[in-house]
Design a protein around this ligand. Structure first.
Ligand code: CA
Length: 229
C-alpha cells in the first residue's frame, strides 16, 4: 500500500515516514503542497491513503484536498494540524477530509487512524487477499500459509517482499511488467538499479518455496511476471 505524506516539518516528517515504512507502507514524502500535487497528478502512482499537513509552503493542505476532491478522487485523506479550533475542523471536513489529527499526536494513534480509514474504504481495500494457500491480511500486514488441515502459519517477509507479494495478490492472473512493479513499489525518489525488481522477485520466490509455492509467480519472458491463482 502506498501512502502520500505531505509534511513540511523535517523532524516530524522523518518520524512519520520511518513509522509508516516499519509498518510496510510504501511512502512518498512531499515537503510542500506543490510537490504533493505533482505526486497526486501523476499517472504513475496510485495511493491507498494520504496524510496532509494543514499549513504548508505553496499549496496548503486544505487547498490540496479541495483540488483532489474536485477531480472526484475518493482517496482517504487524514489531515494533520496544530490547529484545534472547531471552525478549522469544520473547514477540513467540509473540504473532504476523512479524518483529522491534532498535533502533537502519538505514532500509535496515527497508525490506528490510518487502519480505520482503510477499513472504511472496503471497495478500495479488501481486508484479506487469498491466492492458493496464501492469505494476506491487509489489516495486520501479515502473510500466512494454510496447510491441508487448515492450520495457518505466518511467513516472515521483509517489508519489500511483503509489498511485492501484496501487489501480485491484488492482480492475480495478470501480466505485470517490471516497470509497473518498479513504479508502484519503490518511492519516486529511490535510486533503483536496473535489476532491482528481478532481485526482489527472486528473494520472494525463495520464501514462497519454503511453503510449497515456488511456482506461484511465473516469469513472462521479456515482459514481467504473473501470479497464477
Ligand atoms: Ca506545517
Amino acid at each position: 500500500m502506498r501512502v502520500l505524506l505531505v509534511e513540511d516539518e523535517p523532524d516530524l516528517g522523518k518520524a512519520i515516514d520511518r513509522t509508516l515504512k516499519q509498518e510496510k507502507y510504501i511512502v512518498d514524502w512531499a515537503l510542500d503542497g506543490s510537490e504533493a500535487w505533482e505526486y497526486l497528478d501523476s499517472q504513475w502512482t496510485q495511493y491507498t491513503l494520504a496524510i496532509f499537513d494543514w499549513l504548508l509552503p505553496g499549496l496548503s493542505g486544505l487547498e490540496l484536498l479541495r483540488r483532489l476532491r474536485a477531480k472526484n478522487s475518493a482517496l482517504p485523506v487524514l489531515m494533520l494540524t496544530a490547529k484545534d479550533r472547531m471552525e478549522d475542523k469544520v473547514a477540513g471536513l467540509d473540504a473532504g477530509a476523512d479524518d483529522y489529527l491534532v498535533k502533537p499526536f502519538g505514532m500509535a494513534e496515527l497508525l490506528a487512524r490510518l487502519r480505520a480509514l482503510q477499513r472504511r474504504a472496503p471497495q478500495i481495500q479488501p481486508q484479506q487477499l487469498q491466492v492458493g494457500n496464501l492469505v494476506l491480511d491487509c489489516g495486520t500486514r501479515t502473510v500466512s500459509h494454510l496447510d491441508r488441515s487448515g492450520n495457518s502459519q505466518i511467513i516472515a517477509l521483509t517489508n519489500k517482499e511483503f509489498q511485492l507479494l501484496e501487489y501480485f495478490m491484488k492482480h492475480p492472473n495478470q501480466i505485470i511488467t517490471t516497470d509497473q512493479i518498479r513504479n508502484q513499489l519503490w518511492e519516486a525518489s529511490a535510486d533503483t538499479f536496473s535489476n532491482v525488481v528481478a532481485a526482489q522477485v527472486r528473494l520472494l520466490r525463495r520464501k514462497l518455496e519454503s511453503v510449497g509455492g515456488a511456482n506461484l509467480i511465473e516469469t513472462v519472458h521479456g515482459v514481467g511476471y504473473r501470479m497464477r491463482n
